[in-house]
Design a protein around this ligand. Structure first.
Ligand code: PA5
Length: 466
């Protein structure tokens, strides 16, 4: 069987008793301390009680998903995906990784629809989009697990209107959301449009392996069954690999221990432009799942480490200086590709110029890989702990494995920090205030309170005009 994901954890460890790394005796102690937590996570994966395992149940929806996607493909020139956070970051990662940055150019997409993802409430991109899209030819895919998130809701009502004004067929709209008796389901039923449900137990930022990631992928010709097969392969590896060789166990244990020793920033250094969006997906998953004020037993612990996406080699000319010589408060995850799907052989047009002639005979993927490992080694030399995730190739199969691996890692990390990884109470206050100030009816009673808060806050500001 081909490899799906290789994880190198060697540079989290040091035998020299350096507190910036983990020593073998420390690891032995941690194995004893953390093994039962890991076995609990394993059990929840094995008996399918962990929310992330509900992704596997979505295999039953694949026929429907493929049918809807085939229809959209045949009838529309563009696909406009509306969502935010967990409802779009996964597809953005897939789209960038498997279709590349220039997909929308006609010569690259083989007659598949162009793709536009809107995941902010911002009139500027909306205005640009209106200049490039013919709405009659634009399939709308509206994704919101809760259906109440204000940003995609604003985009949906706006683009629904545009689509209808252009003579669109409401039945062609796709809505992907939680099952339930709520606004988004009522709208879907009224429109008689395509409606796909996300497993109720699967929290938003864990939904990439569900209709959320699958439907838009299928529209552009990606076989979503491959994601599930990759996830399943990693699922089985997590269950069967012994503790001391188990990548989820070692990484979770290592990251938690190093966090305790002050490595409070978790950098994800993607070594390919194609994997840049993965860093953003990771940041949401890590930050929203693990940044928690309270423990499961109610103590104030302010848990979590700060996710920080970076792009190699580009950021070697930006934040790397800080990474190497600034505060030693970070752990570095690298994500790399072993076999690039394509390559560029470098030539020798200026043989007499020292700075240019050494490229001859090398390829760009070779250069990128050499730059990655050189950067990693240089960070280790400055006593910065590192680990590396390598995808043997870029495919829906390996991406499915990578997504599932990171989700399991987050769940195990949460177990070690004694926190709940499936909610996000910290985002509620701002959301409630937005609802109230925007005049949502069921928030009318708290509106005066928030207006007062806003007035006081504005009065307390120190504005400096130029
Ligand atoms: O993980 C989560 O639940 C959130 O980050 C959501 O993904 C995000 O808020 C979007 O929510 P929804 O899909 O309900 O519109």
């Amino acid at each position: 069987m081909k490899d799906i994901l290789n994880v190198d954890v060697g540079s989290l460890f040091s035998e020299e008793g350096d507190a910036n790394f983990i020593s073998t005796p420390d690891f032995e102690t941690l194995c004893a301390a953390n093994s039962s937590s890991f076995e609990e996570v394993r059990l929840s994966l094995e008996n399918k009680t962990s929310p992330i395992t509900t992704s596997f149940s979505t295999e039953l929806l694949l026929d429907d998903i493929k049918k809807i996607a085939g229809y959209l493909r045949g009838h529309y020139k563009n696909m406009l995906v509306l969502g935010i956070g967990g409802s779009t970051l996964g597809f953005r990662t897939i789209f960038q990784s498997l279709k590349g940055p220039y997909y929308n150019h006609e010569t690259l997409r083989d007659n598949y629809p162009r793709v536009f993802v809107l995941d902010n409430v911002d009139p500027i991109p909306v205005n640009y989009l209106e200049k490039v899209l013919d709405f009659k030819e634009t399939a709308i895919v509206y994704i919101s697990k809760s259906g109440s998130t204000p940003e995609p809701a604003a985009n949906f009502i706006h683009f629904y209107k545009k689509y209808m004004e252009a003579g669109g067929n409401p039945k062609d709209i796709v809505i992907i959301c939680d099952p339930g008796d709520n606004g988004i389901n009522h709208i879907a039923n009224d429109l008689k449009c395509h409606l796909l449900h996300i497993p109720a137990a699967l929290p938003g930022r864990y939904t990439v392996l569900s209709p959320v990631g699958f439907l838009p992928s299928e529209v552009i010709g990606i076989d979503s069954k491959q994601f599930l097969e990759g996830a399943n392969r990693v699922h089985n590896a997590i269950l069967t690999t012994p503790l001391r060789e188990n990548a989820v166990f070692i990484l979770g244990t290592g990251i938690a221990e190093l966090a305790r020793k002050g490595k409070t920033i978790h950098t994800m250094f993607s070594y390919s432009t194609i994997l840049q969006e993965f860093g953003l997906w990771f940041a949401q998953l890590w930050g929203e799942s693990l940044g928690k004020e309270k423990s499961l037993t109610g103590e104030t612990i302010n848990a979590g480490t700060t996710p920080l996406p970076a792009l190699g080699a580009t950021d070697q000319h930006s934040v790397l200086q800080l990474f190497k010589e600034g505060p030693n408060d970070k752990i570095f995850g690298f994500v790399t590709i072993e076999n690039f799907p394509t390559d560029v052989k470098l030539t020798d047009p200026f043989p007499s110029e020292n700075e240019y002639s050494y490229f001859a005979g090398h390829t760009m993927s070779e250069q990128l890989k050499i730059e990655q490992i050189s950067t990693e080694i240089s960070l280790v030399h400055s006593k910065r702990p590192c680990y590396r995730l390598t995808l043997p190739e870029l495919s829906a199969y390996t991406l499915g494995g990578l997504f599932y691996f990171m989700e399991a890692l987050v769940i195990f990390s949460a177990k070690l920090w004694n926190i709940y990884p499936f909610d996000q109470p910290g985002v509620e206050e701002g959301k409630n205030m937005t609802y109230a100030l925007m005049g949502r009816k069921d928030y009318a009673s708290v509106r005066p309170k928030y207006e007062e808060v806003l007035k006081k806050y504005r009065a307390g500001g120190r504005r400096i005009k130029h």
